[in-house]
Design a protein around this ligand. Structure first.
Ligand code: 1OR
Length: 287
């Protein structure tokens, strides 16, 4: 429309939509496969429909290589059923670096950066994939994805707990993060509540307090930019152990529980080890 064009004058309208005819049943299978995938969040109705229209069903056999490192990027893939292993070869040595199951997706890097495929992806069972062509991927999914990865990149690089991760692992975290603002005095976490989110402090500070059995609130060491909180309830499936309150204006980036488990798996041991320190701190509170 005219108004849309005037709002986005530089946008390239010179494309033909890819439409691969499919049954209602196929469309439903795609919707199920992408429903928990962060790359497909925040699409408007038309974009969502265009993505589903453009996807192609691809059945692969166990041990088939769907992507070869160094190859040209043609498609982005979403896993409907089955499992995949990812290998990166460096100096002639091939190393398994990752794996995917239903709902996972891969092959975005070569499309985003016009780069050769960064890894080899091999099916480890007979599987069903949905493939999205490069042009549709770039037109609809890329902007959001690269905006978020860029937005959180420098911040995540400076979060101490995440330094041991690969850059690509931080990218995946960026895909899943949502920012939220709390004003001075606002409660972010309430002691005793069920925990659903993990938090990183993007800017500002937070107060930490614990109410003892006698109902008295004790002040614990506070939190600042780059610190994290909210992991304990998620690690242990226990109620929130403390209150966290914004001290001034507080900006946090949050991960839901499922994303936390999936994306922070490699550092769970560090998180657990760090949480042993809390016991020393809280023990002092009860004395
Ligand atoms: P692609 O288009 O380059 C291969 O094709 C895909 O494998 C790639 O997009 C990613 O979607 C996916 N490094 C690079 N690519 C990876 C990695 C990875 N894991 C999955 N892919 N890792 C870093 C290894 C040094 C593994 C991080 C856990």
């Amino acid at each position: 429309s005219v108004s849309a064009e005037s709002m986005a004058p530089s946008q390239d309208k010179d494309y033909v939509k890819v439409i691969i005819p499919k049954t209602q049943e196929q469309k439903e299978r795609i919707e199920t496969s992408i429903q928990n995938n962060f790359l497909f969040k925040n699409l408007d109705e038309e974009q969502y429909k265009d993505v589903i229209d453009a996807m192609v069903e691809k059945r692969v056999l166990n041990q088939e290589a769907i992507i070869k490192q160094g190859g040209i990027g043609d498609f982005f893939y979403v896993v409907e059923t089955g499992t995949f292993d990812v290998y990166v070869s460096k100096n002639g040595v091939q190393e398994k670096v990752h794996n995917y199951g239903p709902g996972g997706s891969f092959g975005e890097l070569a499309l985003m950066y016009n780069a050769p495929r960064a890894a080899t992806v091999i099916a480890t069972s007979d599987s069903v994939l949905w493939a999205l062509d490069r042009v549709t991927f770039r037109r609809i999914l890329m902007e959001n994805t690269s905006r978020k990865r860029k937005m959180y990149e420098s911040f995540l690089e400076e979060v101490p707990i995440l330094v041991s991760l690969e850059p690509y692992e931080r990218h995946k975290i960026a895909d899943a993060l949502e920012s939220a603002i709390y004003e001075n005095g606002q409660l972010v976490i309430k002691q005793g509540d069920i925990g659903n989110n993990f938090f990183l402090i993007e800017s500002g500070e937070a107060r930490v307090t614990k109410i003892d059995e006698g109902g008295i609130e004790h002040e614990l060491p506070g939190l600042k930019k780059g610190d994290y909180f909210g992991e304990l309830a998620l690690l242990n499936n226990k109620p929130r152990a403390v209150n966290i309150t914004a001290k001034g204006r507080l900006k946090v980036a949050t991960l839901g529980k499922k994303a936390f488990v999936r994306l922070l798996g490699p550092i769970v041991d560090i998180l657990k080890r760090n949480s042993d320190n809390y016991e020393t701190i809280t023990r002092n509170v009860h004395q």
